[in-house]
Structures are given as C-alpha cells and as structure tokens.
Design a protein around this ligand. Structure first.
Ligand SMILES: [Mn+2]
Length: 482
C-alpha cells in the first residue's frame, strides 16, 4: 500500500528498480526512445525518473509498472498471482447460482465492503491551485511519443465521470491529446463507460463534468484499466487491492471526488456537442491510429501538489509497459471469467497479439462441442468480446507454453471442421476490419475430437515415456555423464 505515487517511486528506488536520469531529455520523442529501449530489453528494464525533461521543471516517471516484479510491487504483493488466489477464494466463499447472484455476492463480500473509498477534506493534490485563464497545462512535460503523432498526449490519466442518470462513478484510462493551455482531446471510445456517461448527459442537454487525475497509489491507475464487472466502482476495487480505502477529496470546481494524494488533477467539462480532430497516435496495436473526431475536454482548474512528478507511459509495438499491466489483468481476472465460464482452467492472452487479438484457452472438455461453447461464452464476456482469434485446448496442454500451443494447433486442428467464424463488435482501434469496430472473429477447437463429435477414426495416443522407465533413468542419469 502506498500513500501516493512518489512513495511508490521511493520504494522502487530502494528495491533497485528505478533509475534516475539527470541528463536533460526532450519529452518530444527522446523520452520515448529511451523508455522503448528499456521496455524492449528482456526483463522490461528499470523504471525511469527523468529528472530534467527539457523545457519543464516537473520530472517524468515512466515504465514504473514495466516488469512482473514492479507490477506486483505496484499492487503491494510479491506476485500478482496472489491477488488472483485471493479473489478466487473470495468467490468460492458463497455459492450463489445465477450470474447476477454471483456478481451481487461479489459486491457483498466483506473485504469489498471495507474497501469503500473514504471522504477526506484535504489532500496533497490541492496544495497548488490555478483557475480559469491562469491554468496552463502545457507547463507539464506531456510526451510527444512517436514522429507522426498529432501532438503531445497525456498517456496515464485516470478519467473520473459520474453517470448523469444514477450518479454512479466511473474511472477509465483514456489518452488525452494536448491542444493548448486549457484544452485537450478526450479519447473515450464508443464502447467505454466515459462515452456512455457523455451520451446520457447529451440526452439531458447537459455538459459532463470531468476530472483527469495523474498519480496516486498505482493500485488506482491499475483499477482504471481493469475490466471490472459493470457497476463495480474502480475506487472500491483499488481499496480492495491496496487493502485500505482510497482517501478522496472533493475537487475544487466540479462535483467529483478524486484521490486526495494524487500528483496532478485537471478539472473541467466535456460538451457533448463539441468535437475536434484527435490523433494520429502511435497506438498499442503497433500502428498509428488515424486522426478522427473526438470530444474535447476544457480544463477550468488545475490543482497539483507542491513538487509533482508526472506519471507517463508509452505504447507501440509490443512488448511495452502495458504488456505487464495486461498480464496482471489476465491473472487477476481469470477467477472472474471462471465465475461465468467455470470450465476455463487457464488463459493466455499473448503480449505480442496486443491481448485482444488472440486468446489461448485451456478447458476441461466434458461434452461434444464444448470448445465452441467456450468460444461463444468468451465472445459474450465484456471486453473479451473483442478477441479476434480464440484457440481452445484440452486440459493436457500448457497454454502458457508457446511451443506446446503451436504443436497442438498444428496437430489437433482440422481448420475446415474445427473453425468457427463469426461477426461482431471489434476493438475501436482494429484496422484490419472494413468497418470500424465491427468485423470477423475466428475460433479454433484444438482439443482431441471424440466419436460423439463425429470423429470415428480413433484419436491417437500422445507419445509419453512410461513412469517406471523415467524413474530408472533418473536414478542412473548422473552416471551417464550427459
Ligand atoms: Mn468502469
């Protein structure tokens, strides 16, 4: 548990996980090139504290979650798998029947109740205030990440909005292009909750209030990217992760509470009637997403702590820092997938397929066509709906082992018989489909086929050595001098 982002940075530094760079580096492309080389190094490279970004006096922290170890440290555990285990146990404590029951039970669980955010009256994030024409967000070291980018972007903001109908809070991570001293883009895509909140404000003829927050306990940032079941508050989940409620303070000019000890808070509004060309942006797909109209965020107030640090990341051709964040999501949310699809034993969303492009799924096959049932279930499951290729394997396959995966796809799959090609919603950023956010998805059944599935030739046995011979050779192995 960290009181604030700088506390996390100090812990990274004492663990030898953070490197300070005092030599000036430009936020225009140079920080990206340095950070990208770190992120592409075999173990993810160190977190970087760029102390002197040229033209700015606010340091930039980047790659802070860019390794399995630092991602785990960010969530206050030795390894992210511990959180998955805890969630699995919490879910197993009650045995509700329907899906709705299960989600409600999840909300009721004691640890979640104790995790509710706490209201406080002051916080570090409001030590310095600027209002109206005194606001200048260009004083911050926003990164221009790639050469063809439309401008500098905020890459790690937590965007807070409230549902105009229910008042319910949402926190999402949507990139924000800097247009000028007081205006940014707001890249909430059509499937995202922030965009839904804006639509509901539009129905009422209203603007929507927004806070964009940088910093705070990294558990908050992680919660903002987490595919939580609908209705679960990101700040409640952050409280669950950090085992302590998130202290939240009321923003100065809008009716939104924000993490009290964040580094930087931008307060303002989005007018649903207004849009502006946003992008291009070198995206997590490894390609530039093209310029297109998006809503505009008007910043009416900026509050910061006295000496803030600016948290940033970059995305691009994998592997990147977001790969480690995505892997943590994969581990932590497997128990939630298993709530609705319990036959799923394991899942691997490969970093190189940018997560939503491919899924390797291991199941305990129980009935004819079971693999197809699992594909359809996954395509009906929140953001998993965007998975373009699903490969389903039996329980004798290690889906984390790419050699095993490729061996089984090649050996066990008859593409004509074992494939399922469907249409449906795709990721907004997918450039392969003809129509934006709508196109094809394919599933492949790579399990052993049964007679009851129409396979009558008798599935062959996998080659394995007998156990007694393995033991005998084990016992004489050293003598063989191999
Ligand atoms: Mn949400």
């Amino acid at each position: 548990m960290y009181t604030d982002f700088q506390h996390f940075l100090r812990e990274l530094e004492s663990a030898g996980e953070l490197k300070r760079i005092s030599r000036p580096l430009s936020p225009r492309l140079e920080i990206t090139e340095v950070a990208d080389r770190c992120m592409k190094s075999p173990r993810g490279g160190p977190a970087l504290l760029i102390e002197n970004p040229t033209g700015h006096d606010v340091p930039v922290a980047i790659n802070t979650m860019g390794s399995r170890k630092r991602m785990s440290m960010a969530l206050g555990v030795g390894d992210v798998q511990e959180i998955a285990q805890e969630l699995e146990e919490l879910i197993q404590t009650e045995l509700p029947t329907g899906i709705a029951d299960k989600l409600r039970a999840l909300g009721k669980l004691a640890r979640f109740a104790k995790a509710a955010p706490k209201r406080v009256s002051s916080g570090l994030c409001q030590q310095v205030e600027a209002h109206g024409n005194d606001v200048d967000i260009t004083s911050l070291p926003h990164l221009t990440c790639w050469p063809l980018d439309g401008g500098p972007f905020i890459t790690l903001p937590m965007v807070f909005t409230h549902d105009p109908a229910t008042g319910r809070r949402n926190v999402g991570l949507y990139r924000m292009q800097i247009y000028d001293e007081r205006t940014t883009g707001m890249h909430w895509q059509m499937h995202k909750v922030g965009a839904e909140h804006m639509r509901r404000a539009a129905e009422r003829g209203k603007k929507i209030e927004v806070c964009a927050v940088l910093g705070g306990d990294p558990a908050c940032t992680f919660s903002a990217i987490s595919p939580l079941p609908p209705g679960i508050d990101e700040m409640l989940f952050a409280g669950f992760l950090r085992k302590k409620p998130v202290p939240m303070v009321k923003a100065k000019t809008v009716d939104i509470r924000v993490p009290a000890d964040a580094e930087i808070v931008l307060e303002g509004y989005v007018d649903p009637e207004e849009s502006r060309v946003e992008g291009p942006f070198g995206d997590h797909t490894g390609y530039y997403s093209p310029a297109e109209p998006f809503p505009v965020f008007h910043v009416t107030c900026m509050t910061t702590r006295e000496k803030p640090v600016y948290p940033a990341t970059i995305v691009g051709i994998p592997p990147m820092e977001d790969g480690y964040m995505g892997k943590a999501v994969e581990r932590i949310f497997l128990p939630l997938i298993r709530l609705t699809v319990p036959e799923v034993l394991d899942i691997n969303l490969p970093v190189d397929a940018c997560f939503h492009n491919m899924a390797f799924v291991k199941i305990k096959k129980r009935y004819p066509g079971h693999a197809f049932k699992v594909m359809n279930a996954i395509w009906g499951l929140g953001q998993m709906a965007f998975t373009k290729f699903i490969f389903v394997f039996g329980d004798d396959v290690d889906v984390q082992d790419m050699r095993d995966v490729i061996f089984r796809i090649g050996a066990n799959c008859d593409p004509a018989r074992d494939s399922l090609i469907i249409k449906g919603p795709l990721d907004h950023l997918d450039h392969a489909c003809d129509i934006q956010a709508f196109g094809g998805k394919a599933g492949f059944d790579c399990t052993h086929k049964w007679t009851s599935e129409g396979y009558t030739r008798g599935w062959p046995e996998l080659i394995t050595m007998s156990e007694d011979v393995k033991r005998r050779i084990d016992s004489i192995w050293d003598e063989l001098g191999l």
